[in-house]
Design a binder for this molecule. Structure first.
Ligand SMILES: C[S@@+](CC[C@H](N)C(=O)[O-])C[C@H]1O[C@@H](n2cnc3c(N)ncnc32)[C@H](O)[C@@H]1O
Length: 271
């Protein structure tokens, strides 16, 4: 196991030591079965020779499954309450663009869902001057899928027909229209390793912490805490939560949907 983690660290620059061991073991066992390799050290040495297998293992470990408007009640809540508050606050303060960060964006469905809602909240006046949406992931192949923005009918199952009509082209697959795509800056970013983006009004980091061990979760939560500006919002996945000292920096806005608001006060340390 350690030999495999070392190869992934050296050759894919991904440190898996803070990921949950049980899911790592399951992913590695699946890849070994797929390659017909029974011996772990043989698989480690195969990984050093085969870069395609290395990328496949990374994608297997960093599961990128997502859906448009995954957890519809959350997106209703964001649309009806949170985005309106953010838009009003920005207008009142006269500050620059609204800043959104989708950290661990997977194959992109989540960030396009929020971009569509923000576009509507701004009554179609969203542009790079009024909105900056960052979408980051550690896995390059997930980012490729996100940038391509081509989706199957299954992944847009939660999208109402009128929204499909307005924001997608259909040619057998659903393609997100350019005016939504151009609101988003995609980039490779490792939440365990890289410094956080700052002054974020709305940060979605959903279904990422579940893959990490408690120490890894703590490292990431500190960075998320640093990233959100006082008064800004953090959204985690349904089965995720705040823990330890980080809980003190946030008020619970919607417990069931895991929506938190950053309290005013001290800067959160991220190292
Ligand atoms: C299940 S997907 C979540 C996608 C989306 N947030 C959602 O909930 O629908 C988890 C994503 O987290 C990314 N991820 C895992 N570890 C990460 C890390 N250390 N830094 C950034 N992204 C990471 C994976 O590559 C994967 O794309």
């Amino acid at each position: 196991m350690d030999a495999i983690l070392q190869v992934v660290k050296d050759r894919a620059s991904l440190d898996l030591s803070r990921y949950k061991r049980t899911s790592l073991e399951r992913s590695i066992a699946r890849r070994m079965r797929a390659r017909g390799i029974a011996d772990v050290s043989e698989y480690a040495s195969f990984l050093t020779r085969d870069s395609e297998e290395l990328q496949t293992l990374v994608s297997e470990v960093t599961v990128d499954f997502s859906l448009f408007f995954r957890d519809p009640e959350l997106f209703d809540f964001l649309q009806q309450i949170i985005l309106l508050k953010i838009v009003l606050r920005k207008k009142a303060s006269g500050e620059g663009a609204i800043r959104v960060w989708c950290a661990g964006c997977g194959s992109g469905e989540e960030v396009y869902s929020i971009a569509i809602l923000l576009f509507e909240a701004l009554k179609g006046k969203a542009s790079r001057d009024t909105v900056t949406i960052f979408a980051t992931d550690v896995d390059a192949s997930s980012l490729d899928k996100s940038r391509a923005a081509v989706y199957s009918p299954e992944s847009i199952g939660n999208v109402p027909p009128s929204t499909r009509e307005r924001y997608f082209h259909f040619d057998g697959s659903y393609r997100v229209k350019e005016f939504i795509k151009e609101l988003i800056c995609f980039g490779k970013h490792d939440l365990l390793k890289n410094p956080p983006i700052s002054r974020i009004d709305l940060l979605l980091c959903r279904n990422v912490l579940i893959y990490l061990d408690p120490q890894g979760q703590s490292v990431v939560l500190r960075k998320l805490c640093y990233a959100v500006r006082p008064g800004g919002y953090l959204v985690l996945g349904k089965s995720e939560g705040l823990s330890g000292e980080i809980s003190d920096f946030f008020a619970v806005v919607e417990r069931g949907e895991k929506v938190f608001q950053r309290k005013d006060g001290d800067k959160c340390p991220f190292s």
